[in-house]
Design a protein around this ligand. Structure first.
Ligand code: BMA
Length: 352
């Protein structure tokens, strides 16, 4: 396979190596990913060496998703009450065992000071672009983000390459950077400004950039806000199974596969890596969700990974989990899914 180059022209040696390794691993199988996996899970928080996935299969997922929301506020912990120092520790540990980390960022709305979901106004993106009234303030936020990434080093002081899946689900309408809150051109400018700031101003050169839409209908829809091949390394989408009826399952299958087709086709055309950025079924109502719904579809495509969303620790969110935990009724279905040779966990990527 010819050498694949990430879009950052100054990407570190390790970042180039990771990018190539991801393509090679996609030839072998699909990596299992889980958001916040080692930090907390269903009914527990911050316990050494614990993970809901590990509790079921004896191994970590190959991909850890982590969340950076509130790093922009200079907070010590995320919007999900996770200390950023803990995230750094887990990135390092996972890297040391061959695992890979990917980041999302539910940044607050800088114009109102409210959450990432505050979509009451449609001028936030415009106001943070160059020349906008909040541009300077937003650069402070980006600087805090950059400083977090610049802290990700291994024990020899070498930057650990990671994936940044920024401004995600932008084809939806629930984040301040979404499709009702900015024009396609403004969104693209936001993306490019962020890459430029991280790379040129802060010299962050150990990121792979992932573009991840929400549910889309067509290639045109998927690419409407695409900032360009020179700013994106990985193509993905986020889509969930919602509702407990069979018709919801059938609809999910249709949408899920359509999105996979779009993403794999676009990725092939532009020589990028296709992935499933986020998916799952909250509480896992369908008893054969993993083996009967997800597997028969993903099995037909070449994909880097599939990331399931978090198993919330918060006592007020007892049903907010997307992978089972030991003792859950879907545990055996999940184990059968992971047992398929196609599904790669941490041990499968250890030496790659
Ligand atoms: C959402 C939910 C929220 C969480 C956010 C960021 O999908 O899980 O509870 O705060 O992601 O992780």
């Amino acid at each position: 396979m010819k050498n694949k180059m990430p879009t950052d022209p100054q990407a570190t040696h390790e970042t180039v190596a990771l990018y190539n390794r991801l393509f090679n691993l996609a030839e072998k199988g699909i990596m299992l990913g889980h958001q916040d996996d080692p930090l907390y899970g269903h009914g527990w928080y911050g316990e050494q060496d614990r993970s809901d996935v590990k509790g079921m299969i004896g191994d970590y997922p190959a991909i850890f998703g982590f969340e950076l929301g509130h790093i922009e506020l200079d907070s010590e912990y995320s919007l999900d009450s996770v200390y950023f120092s803990q995230i750094k520790k887990h990135v390092k540990e996972h890297h040391a065992r061959g695992g890979i980390s990917s980041f999302s960022w539910h940044a607050d709305n800088i114009a109102t000071g409210n959450s990432t979901w505050d979509c009451a106004q449609d001028t936030v993106v415009r106001s943070i672009l160059s020349g906008g009234s909040l541009h300077k303030e937003y650069l402070v936020w980006l600087e805090r983000l950059a400083n977090f990434f610049l802290d990700l080093k291994d024990e020899n002081g070498v930057y650990i390459p990671v994936i940044f899946r920024m401004y995600h689900e932008h084809t939806g309408d629930w984040f301040w950077w979404s499709n009702q809150q900015s024009t396609p051109e403004e969104y693209k400018q936001l993306w490019i400004m962020t890459c430029d700031y991280l790379q040129k101003t802060k010299q962050v050169h150990h990121l792979l950039y992932a573009y991840s839409s929400s549910n889309v209908q067509s290639e045109e829809h998927y690419l409407e806000r695409y900032p360009g091949d020179q700013y994106v390394d990985i193509l993905g989408f986020d889509h969930y199974l919602k509702g407990r009826e069979q018709k919801n399952v059938e609809q999910y299958k249709i949408d899920f596969e359509r999105n996979i087709k779009i993403v794999t086709k676009c990725a092939e055309q532009s020589d990028k890596l296709p992935v499933i950025g986020e998916t799952g079924e909250e509480s896992i109502w369908d008893p054969t969700y993993f083996t009967n719904v997800v597997y028969p579809i993903i099995n037909k495509y070449k994909l880097g990974w599939i990331l399931f969303w978090r198993n919330a620790w918060e006592p007020d969110k007892p049903n907010h989990y997307y992978l089972p935990y030991p003792g859950h009724s879907s545990e055996s279905d999940f184990k059968q899914f992971v047992d398929k040779p196609l599904i790669l966990t941490n041990k499968d990527v250890y030496q790659q």
